[in-house]
Ligand binder design. Structure first.
Ligand SMILES: CC(C)(COP(=O)(O)OP(=O)(O)OC[C@H]1O[C@@H](n2cnc3c(N)ncnc32)[C@H](O)[C@@H]1OP(=O)(O)O)[C@@H](O)C(=O)NCCC(=O)NCCS
Length: 178
């Protein structure tokens, strides 16, 4: 039977690897912040292989996440109702098997079609950006953030036909159907 510690270890390990590559002690271990995200209304999905946790997807209400309060109006037409993908990761040995896609699709499908979603990732994280785009998220030109010297970008998934949050890319206004 998997223990919460096993999942926390997977989260911490992923933080030490590319694209994050945090040095030991550079950021708090997951045990310090992941339980808080769950207490704040986070919904966690975990993928297992042979009873071992190998992947996770965690989303919570954007207002509960709190750290994006100043940008919320730029990210969602209804910031109070938007969901924020706070965590997604798959252990390196289990990537490219569709695990992240499956986890994300399971979570997205539990919410109504009109649900707005927001996610932030590193600008260099092309695997994650490709994954989110495949799920119908749109990469925004703005806002962007600089964090520990690295640029972060946002992707949003809005209901079909919604123009509330537009990418500034020309010709990208058409909603991606899902
Ligand atoms: C991003 C991540 C979660 C993808 O997990 P995964 O289980 O390997 O992804 P999947 O196998 O479900 O891939 C689904 C789709 O995502 C895209 N994708 C995933 N990895 C990719 C890569 N290395 N390069 C380009 N596209 C990629 C592809 O569209 C892929 O579909 P395909 O396999 O048919 O080409 C994983 O690489 C990871 O944990 N990275 C480190 C943590 C991280 O960056 N998390 C994102 C936080 S915002």
């Amino acid at each position: 039977m998997a223990s919460p510690q096993q999942l926390l270890a997977v989260v911490d390990t992923i933080g030490t690897e590319p694209p994050y590559s945090y040095a030991p002690g550079e950021i708090d271990p997951a045990v310090r912040w992941l339980p808080g995200l769950l207490r704040d209304g986070g919904k966690l999905k975990v993928a297992y292989v042979d009873d071992d946790p190998v992947g996770y997807f965690l989303a919570l209400p954007l207002p509960a996440y709190g750290k994006l309060a100043e940008l919320a109006d730029q990210l969602a037409s209804n910031p109070m109702g938007a969901l924020y993908v706070a965590e997604l990761g798959v252990a390196a040995a289990h990537r490219h098997q569709g695990i992240a896609l499956k986890l994300a699709r399971a979570s997205l499908s539990e919410e109504p079609a009109e649900q707005e979603w927001v996610v932030r990732t590193l600008a260099i994280n092309s695997p994650a950006i490709a994954l989110y785009q495949r799920l119908g998220f749109r990469l925004l030109d703005r806002p962007r953030q600089l964090h520990r010297g690295r640029e972060r970008v946002f992707l949003v998934r809005s209901p079909p036909g919604s123009n509330a949050v537009r990418s500034t890319h020309r010709g990208d206004a058409a909603a991606v159907p899902w």
